[in-house]
Design a protein around this ligand. Structure first.
Ligand SMILES: [Zn+2]
Length: 241
């Protein structure tokens, strides 16, 4: 059920027929994990908190740096040198005090993947392939849905990944992006990629049917494409058999 405060807070979502109060109640009882609090993670976590997702767990061990402020929407100059996860938790609690926000000040690694257990959805907001592959293989094994997201320069990708695939290993060629540290990033593309990721997340958390398609978006040209990915890695072939 939604209380009086929640009915008012989420009124623009509950009058939207695709969500409604039933969808809002579903969001209230869902738990998501966000891996990485850079440009994607700060926007994604903020949108999910504002949308009323009941439990948000954020995982990142980095400290806020001056060069982050150009695109990492939760941080200000006062946060420089502070832990990203703890600074983000404080900001999100100011935005929405009625949801549970957990900050894990660690880097996601092989030995702490259990942080992802028990979540309804994992949101990949990392900036490196090694962590993404850890998420990919763990979520497949634990049968957890996750959403891949990545961006550099002026373009990026988003894809919902189901335990049965196709998975990240099936489109590794497309997923091998350079790092924003080496070739840069315009600050509007992570916002757009986050918007696509969170829209999919809201659809998944309110139990709508979605397709396993890879979205590509270039905000400079601009161009939006949907790419079909086949089950082509060994892991997915085994799941299908
Ligand atoms: Zn695969």
């Amino acid at each position: 059920m939604l209380n009086v405060k929640e009915l008012e807070k989420y009124s623009r979502q509950t009058i939207f027929d695709k969500i409604g109060s039933q969808g809002q109640i579903k969001l209230k009882y869902k738990k998501v994990a966000i891996v990485g609090l850079g440009a994607l993670g700060t926007t994604t976590s903020q949108l999910l908190a504002r949308a009323g997702v009941g439990h948000i767990k954020m995982i990142d061990s980095d400290l806020v740096e001056e060069s982050n402020l150009q695109r990492q929407t939760l941080f200000t100059e006062k946060d420089i040198g502070r832990s990203k996860s703890l600074a983000a938790k404080k900001k999100l609690e100011l935005i929405n005090s009625t949801i549970k926000i957990e900050a894990i000040n660690e880097h996601l690694e092989k030995n702490n993947l259990s942080y992802l257990k028990g979540t309804d959805l994992v949101l990949d907001c990392t900036d490196n392939l090694d962590t993404r592959l850890l998420i990919n293989d763990f979520c497949k094994k634990e049968k957890i849905l996750w959403i891949y997201s990545a961006c550099v320069k002026t373009s990026g990708y988003v894809m919902p990944i189901f335990p049965e695939g196709p998975c990240l290993r099936c489109f590794l060629k497309e997923a091998k992006l350079d790092s924003a540290c080496t070739i840069g990033v315009i600050n509007t593309i992570p916002i757009s990629i986050s918007a696509l990721q969170v829209t999919l997340a809201i659809k998944i958390l309110t139990e709508k049917k979605i397709k396993p398609e890879l979205f590509y978006y270039n905000i400079w040209t601009p161009e939006l494409k949907k790419l079909k990915i086949n089950h082509s890695c060994d892991l997915c072939h085994k799941t299908q058999a």
